[in-house]
Design a binder for this molecule. Structure first.
Ligand SMILES: *Cc1c(COP(=O)(O)O)cnc(C)c1O
Length: 394
């Protein structure tokens, strides 16, 4: 089909042309004498994206899933108790991994469409007077349901219970798009993947460890080799990696961080908020509901839209793709067929997002869902017009 494919899954996201160009490089020696001139500032500037001064960043040739494993195995020993909440496919998979790696996983089932229940978390931490819980596994933005949890609230619960558990956060679909404050919120490990807010292809797991999490490696008995941060600590100190890095991805990451810092992190967060609100206005105009059950859970990077009873969201995606060249996000596991998702993160503006809303609208009508033609696009566009930055008259 001529023209661009419209990519509105919540990852991989659209890659800006300037990042594509930055990655188009001949291969070079990753042991060359001036390689640290690329790596040392890169690791330093990555800390700004995690909003940390005291943490240490790591770049692994892997994906977000490896980030979960890096966090667990570098800080904990088999049998250690961890506490988690299951409210979507990604929080589920981290729990599943922790069990498979031999940790004692305590988790609570939370309805899909809600996030971390802060009151129950605080109560559970207070009840754990022997401090058996060694770490919390928190999925900041549950990409499957479009739900964002309150990390500052998690920190408050830990403090209120005066509990020393480490605070691990999956920020794969939040970091670089939704406010994430490593130091201020006392997060011990934040982890991300390159293909979401960082606007890159998949292939890098990006992590930040607090000093407390770094210290934990000395007592953590979990087996680890390829994913051992110690080898990175040793090699990164002089600006190198323990094994061959992906050179194009590193140049891409350099460009991505430059773009994010040039725009300004606060502006990046505000842009995501405003674009997301436009999508939510569209959903309301269609007369449909989000999977997120309350505005306090609304995600600024992905919206999971519930199709009316009697329809299958997979049909909407099918028509969107085959008729309009539009990729929408699928409903995963428990919400398969019940929701489709619009990813609205990364390199994005109003008119790009209009194509996703228009295509979703057309595909819904194609399968018989009675949304008013143009209603979603109109609602989003009016919101974006009303909130558009002032422009000096000509
Ligand atoms: C995408 C995603 C992951 C998985 O990352 P991969 O890069 O596919 O391994 C984990 N957690 C969340 C919240 C995600 O959105």
């Amino acid at each position: 089909m001529p023209g661009r494919t419209h990519l509105y899954v919540p990852g991989p996201t659209n890659i800006p042309d300037s990042i594509l160009s930055a990655m188009h490089v001949p291969m070079e020696d990753h042991r060359r004498p001036d390689f640290p001139e690329l790596i040392q500032p890169l690791l330093e500037d990555l800390k700004k994206i995690f909003q940390t001064k005291s943490g240490q960043c790591f770049i692994f040739p892997a994906t977000g899933t490896a980030g979960w494993e890096i966090a667990l195995t570098n800080t904990l020993s088999p049998g250690d108790k961890v506490l988690a909440y299951r409210f979507g496919q990604f929080s589920h998979l981290w729990i599943d991994m922790a069990r498979r790696l031999g940790f004692d996983v305590e988790y609570e089932e939370v309805p899909w469409g809600e996030g971390v229940p802060l009151d129950r978390l605080e109560a559970r931490l207070k009840a754990d007077t022997k401090h058996e819980i060694k770490a919390l596994l928190i999925c900041h933005n549950e990409t499957a349901t479009g739900v964002t949890s309150d990390l500052a609230g998690v920190r408050k619960a830990l403090d209120a219970a005066n509990h020393p558990a480490m605070f691990f956060v999956d920020g794969v679909s939040s970091i670089a798009s939704i406010d994430f404050r490593m130091d201020e919120w006392g997060i011990d490990i934040g982890l991300a993947g390159s293909q979401k807010g960082f606007m890159l292809p998949a292939g890098l797991a990006l992590l930040c460890f607090s000093q407390k999490a770094l210290e934990a490696r000395h007592t953590a008995k979990s087996r680890r080799c390829f994913l051992d941060i110690q080898d990175h600590i040793t090699n990164n100190a002089s600006g190198y990696f323990p094994y061959t890095p992906s050179i194009p991805l590193l140049y891409g990451l350099r460009k991505a961080i430059d773009l994010l810092l040039e725009e300004g992190l606060q502006n990046v967060f505000a842009r995501h908020q405003r674009l997301a609100e436009g999508v939510r206005r569209a959903v309301k105009a269609w007369g449909l509901e989000l999977c997120a059950r309350d505005p306090k859970w609304y995600s600024n990077t992905v919206s999971a839209i519930v199709v009316p009873q009697g329809y299958d969201a997979r049909d909407v995606m099918h028509y969107a793709y085959h008729r309009y060249n539009l990729s929408l996000g699928a409903g995963l596991s428990e919400v398969a067929g019940k929701v489709f998702r619009i990813g609205h993160l990364g390199d994005l503006n109003e008119l790009m997002l209009c194509s996703a809303i228009a295509g979703a609208e057309m595909a819904m009508r194609d399968v018989g869902i009675q949304v008013t033609p143009g209603s979603g696009v109109a609602a989003a566009c009016e919101y974006w017009r009303e909130t558009a930055p002032a422009v000096k008259p000509r």
